[in-house]
Design a protein around this ligand. Structure first.
Ligand SMILES: [Zn+2]
Length: 54
């Protein structure tokens, strides 16, 4: 257990976990952004094909 001051192993583990989790989160956000961009461009293309301007 730690007090307010963390010992070295706990700090390293926590930083590693945080790095992994933030990397995963960033990757998920990137995926969402890419999907959203693809959906928007697909919708724009469909509307353009129908002769409508979005
Ligand atoms: Zn500790």
């Amino acid at each position: 257990m730690d007090g307010l001051e963390r010992c070295r192993p706990c700090g390293a583990l926590l930083r590693r976990r945080f790095a992994l989790e933030s990397t995963t989160l960033v990757w998920i956000v990137v995926g969402i952004v890419v999907l959203a961009a693809a959906a928007i461009s697909a919708r724009a293309a469909a509307l353009g094909g129908l002769g409508m301007t979005p």
